[in-house]
Design a protein around this ligand. Structure first.
Ligand SMILES: [Zn+2]
Ligand SMILES: [Zn+2]
Length: 84
């Protein structure tokens, strides 16, 4: 059994730089970023597995593109499950 990973919600690891700036500072690495969701994946690359084949991607939108091109019979229906 693998040890349980400690995970953070996006709101927990980003703080506002200042009230005039829309950017957020990452509390884990100190980097100031515009897109917190993209940066979140840098630290916590999730695994999104296709349920029809063995493909695994770190991003849900990449898996969605995979499903659309490889499994057109799904008609764009997302068959994703998240692997912790
Ligand atoms: Zn960071
Ligand atoms: Zn697939």
């Amino acid at each position: 059994m693998s040890p349980k990973l400690k995970t953070y919600r996006i709101a927990q690891i980003f703080e506002k730089v200042n009230s005039l700036d829309e950017r957020k500072r990452c509390l884990l690495c100190g980097k100031v970023v515009c897109n917190v969701r993209n940066h979140y994946y840098v630290h916590f690359p999730g695994k999104y597995a296709c349920s029809l084949c063995t493909a695994v991607y770190t991003r849900s939108d990449t898996l969605l593109m995979h499903c659309r091109s490889k499994h057109p019979e799904l008609n764009g229906l997302l068959v994703v499950y998240y692997v912790q």
